[in-house]
Design a protein around this ligand. Structure first.
Ligand code: CP
Ligand code: NVA
Length: 301
């Protein structure tokens, strides 16, 4: 049976651990089967902009021996009104897997329900699980473990946060989310991970409280793709949630700073922090490549 990766809970904690090991091996060049996907074709449909996700997938697919086929949504019939279900059924006859970046998460679910090939979420309004795999590898590299760490997420609660919430629940680390009142994670998101039993998700209003004793400080843009009409209100409400040197002063000396990128320097994070000694953001970006290669090998082979 095909497996999709639409959200982090599509994998068990053992499977995530196995993917971390495999990604680390691939990164270190300890890559026994060099081209496990030789002869395969993987499609990519991106309805939103992307630098890291698109390029790391295209390069990773090529390195695994398969060919990436980028399908500009404006140039395929999906963009002219062909249904998601017909598109999914047809592309399943040609491709061995597909990566989709879109708006409504339900579009991904509909595609996956009608496809006979693995569907990978390259970001939706609700989740960004491929990002989380890279985040977890980065935390493991820098902190030596994931379970038991304390991570602080500061700022806008969004698709990246939702996937971190799932990671916390599956893998058992503490996630302290600092956000303004009214911007908290939705009840549905928190409820959907309650049965995972692990982790500890704490929501606070004060960023300094979240940053205190944190092993990891994570932030993301205040205005995600598709939210442009709310930009001014959100920036106003989130102004006190900047990750800057004074906030870093509240954290442990060896805390690492993560950001999925792209960053809006001077808004959610300052130059001195993103370019400073605690920042691991470019290792984190590199890890998109290694973790997605491990994921593709696992799902598509
Ligand atoms: N972090 C991330 O997904 O970046 P892109 O939007 O550039 O793909
Ligand atoms: N939350 C951001 C992540 C970008 C990678 C967005 O959805 O725009």
């Amino acid at each position: 049976m095909k497996r999709d990766f639409l959200r982090l809970t599509d994998l068990s904690s053992d499977e995530i651990g196995m993917l971390m090991d495999r990604a680390a091996d691939m990164k270190a060049g300890r890559d026994a089967s060099n081209c496990p996907l030789i002869g395969k074709s993987i499609g990519l449909i991106f309805e939103k902009s992307s630098t890291r996700t698109r390029v790391s997938f295209e390069v990773g697919i090529y390195q695994l021996g398969a060919q990436p086929i980028y399908l500009n949504p404006k140039e395929i019939q999906l963009g002219r009104g062909e249904t998601i279900s017909d598109t999914a059924k047809v592309l399943s006859r040609y491709l061995d897997g597909i990566v989709i970046r879109t708006y409504g998460h339900e579009r991904l679910i509909e595609f996956a329900n009608n496809a006979s090939i693995p569907v990978i979420n390259g970001l939706s309004d609700l989740y960004h699980p491929c990002q989380t795999l890279a985040d977890l590898l980065t935390i493991r590299e820098k902190k030596g473990r994931i379970e038991g760490i304390r991570a602080a997420y500061i700022g806008d609660v969004n698709n990246v946060t939702n996937s971190l919430i799932e990671a916390s629940a599956i893998l058992g680390f503490e996630l302290v989310i600092a956000c303004p009142e009214g911007y908290e994670p939705s009840y549905e998101i928190l409820d959907s991970v309650r049965d995972k039993g692990k982790g500890n998700i704490i929501i606070v209003g004060d960023p300094a409280e979240a940053a205190g004793k944190a092993d990891v400080i994570y932030t993301d843009v205040w205005v995600s793709m598709g939210q442009e009409s709310e930009a001014e209100t959100k920036k106003d409400r989130l102004r006190g949630y900047q990750v800057n040197s004074s906030l870093l002063g509240c954290a442990k000396k060896d805390t690492i700073v993560l950001h999925c990128l792209p960053a809006h320097r001077g808004e959610e994070i300052t130059d001195d922090v993103i370019d400073g000694p605690n920042s691991a953001v470019f290792d984190q970006a590199e890890n998109r490549l290694h973790t997605q290669k491990a994921l593709l090998e696992f799902l598509v082979r």
